[in-house]
Design a binder for this molecule. Structure first.
Ligand code: IPE
Ligand code: IPE
Ligand code: MG
Length: 263
């Protein structure tokens, strides 16, 4: 008699995957390192920017699934401080794409009740990109179904250094006493405040590194690395990552029995 092979999750349809999700175990905050756009384009003999353009469809799908599932915060890494070292023409193309995305997508974000926030050294962006970032932030500031944070010209170490500078200034001004400084207080000086730390961080494209993203915030985040390139990371792949997250046992340094008894 033949043994029945267990059906792999990747053989299930999108609705079957959705049905497998436990609504009580969803992450509250998902962070994503959207990587692999260039390779996606190069594999097709296209200029790298076509991969970045295609990646916007993935951003839309991930946002809409967060909204459907009630995931309240999504933070996406769109441009790192280190990305300023790319060729000028690629940087220019990325900045134009950002401006195009914000100017065309803004009304859709408002309709879907998405609050847009940007983190990073935004003053380094071209003035026109800064304009669209500020406009989108202002026009969506009152919305709260999903907090979409886009990391632009962002580096985790700079963020920590900037937080230290602000905290030192607060101490000098007498607003904070040195003895009051602890982890929750320090976190208030980070650009992600008041978001909770990410429960899940996804990185696409097969790279297994953090690349200077949310260094403080990912201390206890579940990491999910997938070889899928960002432009191919759609609803299905996001559902698979969420199911993988739900299979993990989050211990936070404790033993399992202590977690269940304190829950
Ligand atoms: C990620 O895709 C997007 C940005 C870093 C702006 P890449 O452009 O890094 O794509 P690969 O890693 O070269 O394939
Ligand atoms: C990380 O991707 C930054 C973004 C996704 C915006 P990179 O492609 O720049 O990272 P490395 O160079 O592979 O570490
Ligand atoms: Mg890359």
């Amino acid at each position: 008699m033949r043994h029945q092979l267990p059906i792999g999750l990747d053989q299930l349809s999108e609705s079957e995957l959705l049905a497998k999700l436990d609504p009580d175990l969803l992450p509250k905050h998902v962070a994503v390192i959207m990587d692999g756009n260039g390779r996606w384009a190069e594999m097709r003999g296209l200029p790298r920017i076509e991969g970045h353009r295609e990646g916007i469809h993935s951003v839309r799908e991930v946002i809409s699934l967060c909204l459907e599932l009630g995931i309240g915060a999504l933070t996406i890494y769109a441009f790192s401080q280190e990305n300023w070292n790319r060729p000028r023409h690629e940087i220019n193309a990325l900045m134009s794409l950002l401006e195009h995305y914000l100017s065309t997508e803004r009304s859709g974000l408002i309709e879907q009740q998405v609050q847009f926030r940007a983190i990073g050294r935004l003053d380094l962006l071209p003035p026109s990109a800064q304009h669209w970032v500020r406009t989108t932030e202002r026009e969506t500031a009152h919305l709260d179904k999903l907090i979409l944070t886009v990391a632009l010209s962002y580096g985790g170490r700079s963020e920590i250094v900037d937080a230290v500078k602000s905290l030192v200034a607060a101490v000098k001004a007498g607003a904070v006493q040195i003895d009051q400084i602890d982890e929750p207080l320090f976190a208030q000086y980070l650009s992600t405040y008041p978001l909770p730390d990410p429960d899940l961080l996804i990185r696409t494209s097969g790279e297994t590194r953090i690349s200077n993203f949310l260094l403080w915030q990912v201390a206890y985040t579940e990491l999910c690395f997938t070889s899928t390139l960002w432009p191919d990371f759609r609803r299905r792949q996001f559902l698979l990552a969420l199911l993988e997250y739900q299979r993990r046992e989050r211990r936070f340094g404790r033993v399992l029995s202590a977690i269940s008894s304190s829950a």
